[in-house]
Design a protein around this ligand. Structure first.
Ligand code: NAP
Length: 343
């Protein structure tokens, strides 16, 4: 295997061994493992440096840090460790990949173009919108998707949190540091969040649960959030709740803009991978929330980033050994079994 990046046949531009797209836990871990395999990987960060973990105030469940640490602190540690072994980090945004020829091509917003023998896609996910009237217009004016970023502006104020998962629970607890009252509006009568977070939410005197309730409209006054209109999913009753802020945590959507028509996606837009984190194109791998719609933890994304880099390393060894790659064949295993398993 090439220990350093080789040259193209015409000696024009070096061909990378590994280009990693994305700088969340999966991306940096892929960088760490590819660097330790002496592949001198190039990691292109994307616009959201560090990914979603950077908007987490306190990470309590990443092993090895019993005292907990913040998302940005953890990302800096990931980056330092990946760079220590030779990962090159470029602050740029990938706006095109070409995977129907080899080496693959990666083009970025700054105008750079890279050729690479393998690609590891770790583009992650972004918050899902409620898609109700008023939401877009009032985003940044009382509507927020990040309590860690915006909670400070709601000191002594009334806020609503929409959602019932771990994010809604965790962020509602965080908001009690600032807000005088936090109401969680959930569309069912039971939280989806983990038991420990449920217990903390339900025992927090500053948090009230508003069950069986969906937001149908967000209303503004003088350019800021003033109230929401709600619908009771059991009785059908409508209501208006006055508030200063609406924090939306209703799940995530995969960041897949680069992939339609190029790589196989499932019905929800996640890249389909097998146990070796291979996509349907030989030499293209994916890790983290772009391909995981089940676990979505920092710990699982880290594991997937590691596995994807190990698979890419094995792929390059095969390539170097001249074993040949059938570029038309889908390299994934277990596709049929996976398709048969309900999400
Ligand atoms: P999630 O688990 O998918 O929960 C989304 C919540 O929003 C659900 O309660 C869902 O209701 C509700 N919802 C979805 N669409 C809605 C809509 N249109 N209107 C109203 N409510 C809607 O998403 P998440 O909380 O962002 O968590 C994502 C993943 O990250 C999960 O795997 C989670 O475990 C993980 N995570 C972990 C931690 C942690 O370990 N500390 C922290 C944050 C996130 P239903 O319950 O009725 O479906």
């Amino acid at each position: 295997m090439s220990q350093t990046n080789g040259n193209s046949p015409h000696n024009e531009q070096p061909i990378e061994n590994v280009v990693i797209v994305g700088s969340g836990p999966a991306g940096f871990t892929a960088g760490l493992y590819a660097a330790r395999a002496n592949l001198s990987p190039l990691l292109i960060t994307g616009n959201d440096y560090g990914g979603q973990v950077t908007i987490t105030y306190d990470i309590e469940n990443y092993p090895g840090f019993p005292e907990s640490l913040s998302g940005p602190e953890l990302v800096e540690k990931f980056k330092a460790q990946a760079e220590k072994f030779g990962t090159r980090v470029e602050f740029d945004y990938v706006n095109e990949i070409v995977v129907d020829r080899h080496p693959f091509v990666v083009r970025t917003a700054s105008g750079a173009e890279y050729q690479t023998r393998t690609l590891i896609l770790c583009t992650g996910a972004r918050p899902r919108y409620l898609n109700v009237p008023g939401e877009r217009e009032l985003t940044g004016k009382g509507v927020s998707y990040c309590a860690t970023c915006d909670g400070f502006f709601f000191r002594g104020k009334d806020v609503l949190v929409v959602g019932g998962g771990d994010s809604a629970a965790e962020e509602a607890i965080f908001l009690t540091r600032y807000a005088s009252r936090v109401r969680i509006l959930h569309r069912r009568d039971r939280l989806r969040a983990s038991k420990i977070l449920q217990d903390r939410v339900l025992s927090n005197p500053k948090i009230e649960m508003v069950w069986n309730t969906v937001v149908t409209e967000i209303l503004g006054q003088n350019g800021s959030v003033a109230a929401v209109r709600t619908f009771d999913t059991v009785t059908g009753a409508t209501a208006q709740l006055e508030t200063d802020g609406v924090f939306v945590f209703v799940g995530h959507l995969p960041n897949n803009d680069l992939f339609p028509g190029k790589l196989e996606l499932d019905a929800d837009g996640h890249l389909i991978t097998d146990r070796k984190l291979r996509t349907n194109v030989p030499g293209v791998f994916a890790a983290g929330e772009i391909q995981d719609k089940v676990f979505k933890q920092v710990a699982t994304s880290v594991g997937q980033g590691c596995a994807a880099a190990m698979s890419a390393t094995r792929f390059l060894e095969e390539l170097e050994a001249g074993h040949g790659v059938d570029w038309r064949a889908d390299p994934r295993e277990f596709v049929a079994e996976r398709a048969a398993v309900p999400a």
